[in-house]
Design a protein around this ligand. Structure first.
Ligand SMILES: [Zn+2]
Length: 75
């Protein structure tokens, strides 16, 4: 008898590294500088690494280059 063993989880994947044209102040570290625009989605994953099914819409984020804090730019 063959049994399958899957580990299902969820993980948030983000990609993109487009610099935003305007400078902004980071609320976490206080640095004023250029943020990086990122796009991300939450996926159901297999073994925590293989994305299978997206379970959220596309989320736009911007990330502070100094401390790495991500801010969501849409609700
Ligand atoms: Zn920061």
């Amino acid at each position: 008898m063959i049994s399958f063993f899957f580990i299902i989880g969820t993980n948030f994947f983000s990609w993109g590294s487009e610099p935003l044209p305007a400078q902004m102040r980071c609320g976490h570290c206080g640095t004023v500088g250029n943020f990086i625009k990122k796009t991300g989605m939450r996926f159901i994953t297999l073994f925590f690494i293989v994305p299978i099914v997206p379970i959220s819409g596309v989320k736009n984020m911007m990330q502070c280059q100094t401390c790495g804090t991500k801010y969501h730019t849409n609700p």
